[in-house]
Ligand binder design. Structure first.
Ligand SMILES: Nc1ncnc2c1ncn2[C@@H]1O[C@H](COP(=O)(O)OP(=O)(O)OP(=O)(O)O)[C@@H](O)[C@H]1O
Ligand SMILES: [Mg+2]
Length: 274
């Protein structure tokens, strides 16, 4: 497989509890269901995504933290098959130690990018779940990714969180990853309240077309499915959570298609002007 066919999409927001893990888990599952060769990587030491796919975090033989610290371990040794028909590289609290170690090393925040470079030829989609907060793990994820999806929950703080993240993204773009782009902003835990409407309006005012038309509604099955080690589509195929993440995946795919078309057109016009 040509590694240029692979899109690396990170789910980021430094605010906690906005639906990053839920989005990583269910978007990755939907992409796999649509036939994409998909890998999902847990980059949070809490290992919520890993556990959500039914893996007890202390039992994984090789995790993303091991790959970041020890260059001698082949990347494919960390890959396990999640029940949702996609591959997973898990995390455990050892990743927090790895993050502390990283700040003492030169350029360690580029190690995730190097690991992912090795994996690009095996997959067409790599989805990364990131941890809340700023620091070496978020920087690693921003350096390693092509695109970002930012979940925002309803309310003032969710909206403020995106503004802080934007300055972090600008720094990374100006430095080590100029190609990084925001693929979209998605409102999560939406309901019929005024605050949901106001948050959506504020997001559209700031991000315009970058805001996905799909909003992820509050859904009990989304809360319950990780406890069963399943994606929401497997756990409750008729739930609104399954419907919303299916629609989000379709929007993600159509945005990636537009990006590919634009890249081809740019390459053609460069050849024409050469
Ligand atoms: N659409 C939804 N409807 C109902 N509950 C949801 C929804 N999305 C997420 N949740 C629940 O909200 C909580 C936080 O979601 P999640 O763990 O995905 O957020 P997070 O951004 O990854 O959090 P953290 O920053 O702590 O990693 C979880 O209990 C999750 O099950
Ligand atoms: Mg999480």
């Amino acid at each position: 497989m040509n590694s240029s066919q692979c899109h690396v999409i990170a789910i980021t927001n430094q605010k906690g509890g906005v639906g990053k893990t839920t989005t990583a888990m269910n978007l990755a599952s939907q992409l796999a269901l649509a036939g994409e060769r998909t890998l999902v990587i847990d980059c949070d030491p809490h290992g919520n995504l890993t556990q959500g796919f039914g893996f007890p975090i202390q039992e994984l033989p090789v995790t993303i933290g091991d790959l970041l610290v020890d260059r001698t371990i082949p990347s494919n040794r960390a890959i396990v098959r999640a029940k949702a028909g996609l591959d997973l590289i898990g995390a455990n609290p050892g990743l927090a130690q790895a993050a502390r170690w990283m700040v003492t090393q030169t350029n360690a925040e580029l190690r995730l990018k190097q690991r992912i470079a090795e994996l690009r030829r095996l997959y067409t989609r790599i989805v990364i779940d990131s941890c809340p907060g700023l620091g070496p793990l978020l920087n690693s994820v921003l350096n390693a990714s092509d695109h970002l999806i930012i979940p925002v929950d309803t309310g003032f703080y969710g909206y403020m969180g995106v503004q802080e993240l934007q300055s972090e993204i600008s720094e990374i773009k100006a430095g080590t990853n100029p190609a990084l782009s925001i693929l979209g902003v998605v409102l999560t835990m939406a309901d019929r309240t005024v605050i949901t409407r106001e948050t959506l309006d504020a997001l559209v005012a700031q991000f315009g077309d970058l805001v996905f038309a799909t909003t992820i509604r509050r859904c009990v099955a989304l809360r319950e499915s990780p406890g069963a080690g399943l994606s929401v589509t497997q756990y409750a195929p008729d739930s609104i959570g399954a419907e919303d993440y299916g629609r989000l995946a379709a929007e993600v795919e159509s945005r990636l298609m537009e990006i590919r078309i634009r890249a081809v057109e740019t390459a053609k016009s460069e050849v024409a002007h050469a």
